[in-house]
Design a protein. Structure first.
Length: 157
């Protein structure tokens, strides 16, 4: 399949709802892992009982760092090996190279992961506040397709 550009046809392009469902699942996974790590870092034994202390920076740093680490592992390393994050696995989506439908490269996935933070911080608030019809574009030469597609048609020029 090398050298064949992808098509924008509806048989491979997932719906926005399906993409959003995968994004929400991946976000919840990262947030829950971060919260669990923050709680674990904030637990302290005081006079024979366990107390949760969130006043110091350690639990918050653990929560933030763990959420980022889980996000990176899920969005980059898992997607590198399986062509999909855990959320995309559940929603039957996969990440492919836009140029030929092949497996994504590690560098492309890292750039896509970083692009996602910029998208989340800037485009999503603009979309919500202005009720625009802006939609996320796939970044770094990658795109999301439906996972059950055995053949990915060419992208139209």
């Amino acid at each position: 399949m090398a050298g064949k550009p992808l098509d924008d046809s509806s048989d491979v392009t997932p719906s926005d709802a399906r993409r959003l469902c995968a994004v929400v699942m991946d976000a919840v996974l990262s947030i829950v892992a971060g919260l669990a790590a923050g709680v674990a870092a904030g637990l302290e034994a005081v006079h024979g009982s366990v107390v949760l202390r969130l006043g110091s920076a350690a639990p918050w740093a653990a929560a933030f760092g763990s959420a980022l680490a889980v996000s990176f592992v899920n969005q980059v390393l898992v997607a590198w090996t399986a062509q999909r994050s855990l959320g995309k696995l559940v929603t039957r989506l996969r990440v492919v190279r836009d140029s030929d439908g092949g497996r994504p490269r590690l560098s492309q996935l890292v750039r896509r992961w970083l692009f996602g933070f910029g998208w989340m911080l800037f485009a999503v608030p603009v979309h919500v506040t202005t009720d625009s019809d802006i939609s996320q574009q796939d970044a770094s030469g990658l795109r999301i397709v439906r996972g059950g597609c055995s053949r990915i048609p060419r992208r139209k020029a």
